[in-house]
Design a binder for this molecule. Structure first.
Ligand code: HPA
Length: 243
């Protein structure tokens, strides 16, 4: 079964034939919302809206551990995470789809490991390549088959939010090697790795990052969300082809 975590602009999967919903309890608290089970083009899929129904959870409020634990323990074999991002690289434009290959984590204060607490052995997980390469290639190949333009490879920078970045922060992230910036990629990717769940992301460029191009005079996140309809329709088609 394939798990899909939907972010801003993808709180439902219109092409999911739903069989049932389930409220899952976990040792780490409550997931963002009940899991939705069904199939996409005959492939079993479980869907989870990262920010909850009605987009009520900010990126730092998401219970990433509960989400990943619930998906794993309900039978997910791989996770595709969909998330909107701001673009730092000039050739990544609003509306573009990107499959990142690396992560820099600037988030802080999030519960970011399953390996902590009394009686739990210390583990140092290998995270050299944070995304599962086979799953990345499956997505990239599906985009080719479906004729959906997609940029394969980008360094994803995860900021804390919920505020957007300053122009200087974006300059720093660029110097660090970041290509796109979002708020939810971590610790989600790491927790999936800890649960031995292959994990890859589809990033939808929603805007130019702070201080870049047409965002030089500020970014309205509501305006950003309004622009996501068409690219998210392409993401749905892409997910059908992956499934
Ligand atoms: N910064 C951080 N997260 C985002 C952005 C951004 O500009 N756009 C969409 N998610």
């Amino acid at each position: 079964m394939l798990a899909i975590i939907g972010g801003s602009g993808l709180s439902q999967l219109a092409n999911l034939i739903i069989t049932h919903r389930e409220v899952v309890r976990t040792p780490y608290g409550e997931p963002s919302c009940p899991l939705t089970f069904g199939n996409v083009c005959g492939t079993p899929v479980v869907f989870l809206a990262r920010h909850g129904h009605g987009h009520t959870l900010a990126p730092h409020e998401v219970n990433y551990r509960a989400n990943i634990w619930a998906l794993k323990h309900k039978g997910a074999l791989a996770v595709i995470a969909v998330a909107s991002v701001g673009s730092i690289r000039a050739d990544l434009m609003p509306g573009d789809l990107v499959v990142p290959h690396q992560i820099i984590d600037y988030s802080w204060g999030r519960r970011s490991t399953f390996f902590e607490g009394e009686g739990c052995p210390v583990r140092h997980i290998d995270f050299t390549d944070p995304y599962d390469e086979e799953l990345r290639q499956r997505i990239i190949g599906a985009a080719e088959v479906a004729g959906i333009p997609l940029k394969a490879g980008a360094v994803y920078a995860c900021t804390q939010g919920p505020r957007l970045e300053t122009a200087a922060e974006i300059n720093r992230i660029e110097r660090d090697g970041g290509d796109v910036v979002g708020m939810t990629g971590m610790p989600e990717a790491l927790l999936a790795r800890e649960q031995e769940l292959p994990y890859a992301a589809i990033n939808v460029v929603a805007n130019y990052a702070a201080g870049r191009a047409d965002s030089a005079h500020g970014i309205s996140f509501d305006a950003i969300l309004g622009e996501l309809g068409a690219p998210m329709a392409r993401v749905r088609t892409l997910l059908e082809t992956v499934a």
